[in-house]
Design a binder for this molecule. Structure first.
Ligand SMILES: NC(=O)c1ccc[n+]([C@@H]2O[C@H](COP(=O)([O-])OP(=O)(O)OC[C@H]3O[C@@H](n4cnc5c(N)ncnc54)[C@H](OP(=O)(O)O)[C@@H]3O)[C@@H](O)[C@H]2O)c1
Length: 275
């Protein structure tokens, strides 16, 4: 990849995307310029980041240079958006020969708001998820109509190394976020609870957590590779009067399925409210 990338907000999500790309040699640290909110973060990240990556805080004299990069990743919290947009507005972007592409990772901030706040940019919403850290992410995109096919390809090239890509109508972005982006937290919770159950039943903790991970990843591989419906797999495992159906009965009594459905709906609603 041969481009210079500006990063506005270099917290957990931006690092989850950028660091694997550097490790894979797809981005060169010296092509990156990142801005964070505070000098403490600069000091904290100093030494943890690859050599050559330029990092400054938003008050630094050269922080506005970030707005001149042809490709920009916006990864601040939604409540920091207005301040960041004001900083972009103070930079003379109207003189650039080509509009920079702004990839926003912000949950619940819609394209029309981005276009209003960043009138000299071409705006894209991208919702990635944290498994990108190990090259197994998912990224959903919603595009401004002004972004042409070549520019879309360029943005996708950036994410394709670490995630599977999906074009999502913006009306479905909250649902996509709820499942793909918040989902890892829910799966982690399930893995922890399964391991706790195994410990309660007598398995050593060190073994239990590893077995829980392998059970989850093996099950999803089986479902995908054999193209099984989840119900089919459940029926394959649950023999009449057996152990699994006894466990399923407990899960149904406790409302596991309903709890998960409601969690995804609540997440999507929260994302929608935030916009
Ligand atoms: N975490 C996820 O799984 C996930 C998934 C999908 C989307 N997202 C979205 O990604 C965005 C970032 O989330 P996160 O979890 O990475 O948050 P985070 O770890 O808190 O990172 C936010 C970053 O923004 C910086 N920042 C604050 N004010 C700034 C300013 N004025 N100029 C430039 N940088 C500034 C912060 O620096 P300081 O720490 O120094 O203030 C920090 O580096 C959110 O909008 C979220 O909706 C997150």
């Amino acid at each position: 990849m041969n481009c210079s990338v500006g990063i506005i907000g270099f917290g957990r999500m931006a690092q989850a995307l950028i660091l694997p790309l550097i490790e894979k040699g797809k981005l060169k640290p010296e092509d990156l310029f990142a801005v964070v909110g505070s000098q403490e973060s600069v000091l904290d990240l100093h030494g943890k980041l690859p050599e050559g990556l330029r990092l400054v805080d938003s008050q630094a004299h050269n922080a506005s240079e970030v707005w001149l990069a042809p490709l920009q990743l916006l990864a601040v919290k939604p409540q920091q958006l207005d301040m960041v947009a004001a900083s972009s507005g103070r930079t003379s972007l109207d003189r650039l020969s080509e509009k920079p592409i702004l990839i926003s990772l912000l949950a619940g901030v819609r394209l029309d708001r981005l276009e209003q706040l960043f009138p000299h940019h071409l705006c894209v919403r991208a919702i990635p998820n944290t498994p990108a850290l190990v090259g197994e992410g998912l990224t959903g995109f919603s595009w401004s109509k002004k972004v042409n096919v070549k520019q879309r390809r360029h943005v996708k090239e950036f994410f394709s190394e670490i995630s599977e890509l999906f074009d999502i109508p913006e009306s479905q972005m909250d649902a996509f976020l709820a499942l793909a982006s918040s989902g890892p937290a829910y799966i982690a919770l399930i893995a922890e609870a399964l391991a706790d159950g195994a410990v309660a039943a007598g398995l050593p903790r060190s073994l239990a957590i590893g077995i829980a991970y392998r059970t989850i990843s093996g099950t999803t591989s089986l479902l995908r590779e054999k193209k099984l419906h989840p119900g089919q797999l459940k029926d394959m495992v649950a023999s009449p009067g057996g152990t699994t159906i006894a466990g399923i009965r407990k899960l149904e009594q406790a409302g596991l399925r309903s709890a998960l459905i409601e969690a995804i709906v609540a997440t999507a609603q929260r994302s929608s409210q935030m916009s």
